[in-house]
Design a protein around this ligand. Structure first.
Ligand code: SIN
Length: 484
């Protein structure tokens, strides 16, 4: 791995109860671009899960007793540590996940934004007063931290998905026991190192690295001292966690799969729509849950859009994430590439045509060239499943009601995008698209200041913005009687 300015940020032990824990077992973390081993990381056994949960419970009580201002100060120091170490954090991220270095830096700053935002919100966890329902009654509403949060984060944003959960949870006075993906644990451990430097009290932020995701998920869902689960990942796993958490009616925030429609109407600004499609589709090599999955283009603009998009795709540089000018790095592993090959094969067997694809070197079998498929149809697998890679299907449509029906014909409802200059259509589409987030004349929607989350089978709850704190709070209402 590339040399870090601060080698102490490359942590390989688990961070539990404020100490670096070294179990006997380890697992290997590899660079997906080269296959090179970059670290042996602690593989915490299921026996230790209850110890870390107990430590978090003890720490949470003291953390919740701090004032909002005290918690804000610690979080703000953590934010500044992250920003000061952006280059090293991005180096770790690119090494374990593969995304281009410039994009890794952008992720670190995006992720830091959640800590900064919630450091500010820590002082503003307001309750309410409600006029009493009888003359002698007075009503107050308190918001209190939910307790210990069990969190599970994915490999596609190894840094920002950690901070997106930790920011609000810690700001309101919860403690976190977090398991990062086994493919990308190093970014979360580096965040723990910086949290410690920032003075986060022991036991408040715990990073448990382990291979056995199933055992960890089950432990969180069934342990009485874990009050809430926050998960980002597939709908399939979200469903399992929900079933397991049902035993204790545990609260859940789930940020699950998507199948985002990206719709270009005849009245769109063509160049802006092409750039929007590039941004919405190829961010992180297509490996985000809000990536454009199905591109619907109206008949009158379809061919010009396809030509321009094909030209832009031809300019994308596929390369190792540390190569200057790389736009797209490797997929996370070979299985991801096989899935993309299968989706492409299925599309071609059902009448799709490949009209653009770039060149690229494939050192380790984990690269997939950006590929544009025209003539896509609803019976193709890529219309139904989350593609999660740089394969981009174009569907032709005639009218607004037709495309609305096609766009909503999915069990997912995370993000959607459309391009139009007609304000009445913009309102109609915005109200009728069945998703939690919409990009209108933009392909970039992710920010800490807005509520991120989906409807239908894309999840529960919201992350980010003033709404995100509520997912980590309980509401308690006090009714005062006899006030004459
Ligand atoms: C995700 O893919 O899970 C998150 C994407 C984002 O934050 O934009």
């Amino acid at each position: 791995m590339r040399q870090l300015k601060d080698p102490e940020l490359l942590r390989t032990l688990s961070y539990m109860d404020g100490a670096w824990h070294a179990p006997e077992a380890t697992f290997v973390v590899r660079n997906p671009s080269t296959g090179e081993e970059i670290a042996q990381v602690a593989d915490v056994s299921a026996d230790d899960f209850s110890h870390v949960i107990a430590a978090a419970k003890t720490a949470q009580a003291a953390w919740a007793a701090c004032t909002g201002k005290e918690r804000a100060a610690v979080l703000n120091r953590w934010y500044r540590e992250i920003v000061a170490n952006v280059d090293d954090l991005a180096t770790i991220l690119t090494s374990e996940m593969g995304k281009p270095f410039a994009e890794a830096k952008a992720e670190i700053l995006y992720g830091a934004g959640y800590i900064e935002w919630y450091s500010e919100e820590a002082k503003r966890i307001y309750g309410a007063t409600i006029p009493g329902h009888q003359r002698d009654k007075r009503i107050l509403v308190l918001k209190q931290p939910i307790g210990v949060v069990g969190a599970v984060t994915p490999w596609n944003f190894p840094n920002a998905m950690v901070t997106r959960k930790a920011g609000p949870a810690l700001a309101v006075g919860c403690a976190i026991v977090l398991r990062p993906s086994e493919f990308t644990p190093l970014s979360a451990l580096a965040l723990a190192e910086l949290a410690e430097r920032a003075g986060l009290p022991r036991g408040v932020f715990n990073v448990v690295t382990c291979l056995d995701a199933e055992a960890f998920g089950k432990a969180l869902c069934t342990h009485p001292d874990v009050a809430k689960i926050s998960f980002t990942g597939s709908t399939k796993v979200g469903r399992i966690l929900m079933q397991q958490a049902a035993g204790q009616i545990k609260k859940l925030s789930l940020e699950l799969g998507g199948n985002a429609p990206f719709i270009v109407f005849d009245d769109a600004d063509l160049d802006a729509a092409v750039e929007g499609a590039i941004a919405a589709k190829f961010r992180n090599g297509g490996q985000t849950c809000v990536c454009a999955n199905r591109i619907y283009v109206q008949d009158g603009i379809h061919d010009r859009f396809a030509d321009k998009l094909a030209r832009r795709i031809g300019e994308l540089r596929v390369a190792d994430g540390f190569t200057d000018g790389a736009d797209i790095g490797p997929m996370i592993n070979r299985a991801a590439v096989r899935k993309l090959d299968e989706l492409l094969e299925d599309a071609l067997s059902k009448g799709g045509t490949v009209v653009a694809s770039t060149d690229g070197t494939d050192v380790s079998g984990t690269f997939f060239k950006p590929t544009l498929v025209t003539g896509a149809s609803a019976d193709m697998h890529l219309a139904r499943y989350e593609i999660f890679g740089p394969l981009i299907p174009l569907f032709r449509f005639q009218g607004e009601s037709e495309v609305l029906q096609l766009a909503n014909a999915t069990e997912f409802g995370l993000a959607g995008y459309f391009y139009s200059q007609d304000i009445t259509r913009i309102w109609r589409m915005a109200e009728k698209l069945e998703v939690g987030m919409i990009g209108i004349n933009t392909g970039q929607i992710s920010t800490e200041v807005a509520p991120f989350g989906g409807i239908k089978q894309s999840g529960l709850g919201r992350e980010g913005s003033f709404m995100g704190a509520d997912d980590y709070l309980e509401v308690k209402y006090l009714c005062f009687g006899g006030v004459e």
